[in-house]
Design a binder for this molecule. Sequence first.
Ligand code: BG6
Length: 514
Amino acid sequence: MIKTNADLNITPCEYFHHEKAPEPCGIIIFGASGDLTHRKLIPGLYDLYHDKLISEDFFIVGSARTRWNDKIFRQRVSEILKEKEKSDSALQKKFIKHIYYRSAEYSDPESLRSLAALMKELNIKHKAKENIIFYFATPSSVYCELIQKLAQIGMISKMKNAKPWIHAVFEKPFGCDLESARKLNKVILNALDETQVYRIDHYLGKETVQNILIFRFANNIFETLWNRHYIDHVQITASEILGIEHRAGYYDKTGVLRDMFQNHMLQLLALIAMERPTKFESEEYRNQKLKVVEAIRAIPKGKLHDFIALGQYGSGKIAGRKVPAYVKEKGVPPHSKTETFAALKILIDNPRWRGVPFYLRSGKRLNHPMTEIAIHFKRVEHSIFPHLKSDQFGPNVLSFRIHPDEGIFLSFEAKYPGPKLHTASLNLGFKYKDAFKTTLMSAYERLLLDCTRGDQMLFVREDMVEASWKFITAILKERKKLLPRVFPNYQSGSWGPQNANKIINQDGRRWQDF
Ligand code: BG6
């Protein structure tokens, strides 16, 4: 019988008595007229309020160049909230009273000073104890100048373990290569201490991703098998049926290697491959993840095509609906060579993983939405059963289903009932929605909560962001050699290009079917 918070009769707030409680604070969102604020930040903040996970003493100021005022912004917020599941109109009205808007020209110190004055006033009104979260939901090209200006007028300053506190949250993409990420880190860390910096990778806020650590280190049976002696290979898939939506401007400059691999995919890999942290503490946890990324073998220049496959979607059908090719999407240049799919084979040079390939693939407009990590164990070496060869037994595969149908499954062989000796592959597993009678917290809700509590564990540290960029930048430098002669090279609704099969088939393995 699984015990839930409800069975144990603990309310979420009591639960936080064991951890750091959320503190009063003001939150300022730069880029507040944009899509992220609409889709993720406002819903995430409202969920925190709904779940009583944010102190009643808080306020939110949206800021952008767009000439809105409190009334217009509140109107928009109220429209966003209408779409929410956790809808409660009285509570929404209360929430909206904590919300303000101030348009600002980020290059103009006067405009920022007036923002600072507003923050001071609201801080008193809402008893926010002068704690502030600066949320940079603007493109990273805007961060640098804005950070410098904020530092110049004294709105932000370097401090460590101080009260009141200042935390700064930065959205991905954090730069576009190693050089730009280093530059960004330098500017940010001139103005702030690393303990004040929260670099977002929303995958780390997903409940299913956090569970990887619990699964590995709060159970004893798998960790002993978690190495090259028992694991044959690992597959990480993040496939989407969506195209680039209305993000052509961003996506065409970015491509899937920067958009998904530098961050989400490498984070998943790090969580699966990391050593056991000596304690459940932010720095130690991040140290162990970093060591994995640092141990990734550079892709051998002479063998690029054995390790990397790139693709771009053509037209096709998704769920019976015709969809256009990438280059026909609104805003995409007709001869664009941007990759919307990539598959990578990664080797980790450390004693635990020597010789175990990690195959990663991610792409847009694929057949099925699916984010999953599959650990393929080695097959039985010798069969004692007459007429059944060892390669007839399916391998044991442990799957972490990140999304959708969140859960964990383990496939194994069983005797098929009857007089003949037959086997069948079965699954042991659980789905979150059946096992826990509670809805999963959204990634943004969780990450925003951690910002208010000053917990950096689920955020990306300076050295990790640079180590990931180092690996990806080396690939980006070889990108031209990797481009297939013909783009598009896969149909929308398929499982990606043929060249992606090569990198796994050549090792005698195949991509997982879904
Ligand atoms: C974002 C990428 O970081 O992650 C998007 O910019 C991608 O292109 C998204 O669609 C995927 O996130 P999720 O949570 O839907 O798997």
